[in-house]
Design a protein. Structure first.
Length: 240
């Protein structure tokens, strides 16, 4: 595959979004479409297209992110079509509550697969591609419980799985230290979604961060204005 030294070599850059049918994933897709990027995304459903008011479209493809071979093949297909991937936003994951007394090793394995393996399987081929072209931005989604044990009470399996996201970013950034490849961890507080509103109807929704606001922050970190940042952990808590 060709190697590129500067993202400005392409008139339209390409972003890959996992979990593109979720609340945050949809917001990321819409934001990058609005900014005239090519957008490819993974979903659990059938292959489809999603557009916005400017009539730009994203190609959304069903991919089993737990299948390393299938995921790698998907990344290769996107590279073949667009030649390079400039950014990736990996929003796929899952949540589970449980205190120590309620958490089995199987519970931990399930969260490990949902939150770490789904990220690692696609981050690895993306990272290698970006190293080869000497440019790329990968965004992993962490969590407050994964960042600090004080926030993980009653969330044992989820906290352990999400904590690995931070270590993965550190290791990748160390490997890419002399290249223009940056792995960021986005750490949301409570996201203002219909599901969270239904689960917490008495909460003050104004204190939550909207998926659109988080998508805006992610996009800004892909621009030249923040190109000097390295190893960022971006806490988008708002007031939650």
């Amino acid at each position: 595959m060709p190697a590129y030294a500067n993202p400005s070599d392409d008139t339209r850059k390409t972003v890959l979004v996992t979990g593109a049918s979720g609340n945050l994933g949809q917001a990321v897709v819409k934001k990058f479409l609005a900014e005239q990027w090519n957008v490819c995304g993974t979903t659990h459903g059938t292959t489809s297209r999603a557009g916005n008011q400017r009539d730009k479209q994203a190609v959304l493809t069903p991919v089993d992110l737990l299948d390393e071979n299938q995921t790698g093949e998907y990344v290769r297909s996107v590279i073949e079509q667009h030649h390079r991937i400039s950014a990736a936003v990996l929003t796929a994951g899952g949540f589970a509550a449980g205190k120590m007394a309620d958490t089995t090793t199987n519970d931990i394995l399930q969260q490990y697969q949902l939150n770490f393996i789904t990220a690692y399987n696609i981050a690895r081929p993306l990272f290698l591609h970006m190293l080869q072209q000497n440019y790329g931005r990968i965004f992993l989604v962490g969590s407050k419980p994964g960042l600090a044990a004080a926030n993980g009470k009653g969330l044992i399996a989820y906290s352990l799985a999400k904590s690995l996201i931070f270590r993965l970013a550190e290791l990748m950034n160390q490997e890419a230290k002399d290249q223009n490849v940056v792995v960021s961890v986005i750490v949301p507080g409570t996201i203002d979604t219909p599901q969270n509103r239904q689960a917490m109807p008495d909460a003050d929704f104004s204190k939550w961060a909207s998926p659109e606001a988080i998508a805006d922050i992610i996009y800004v970190h892909c621009t030249d204005s923040l190109g000097i940042l390295r190893e960022p952990v971006v806490k988008v808590y708002h007031n939650s």
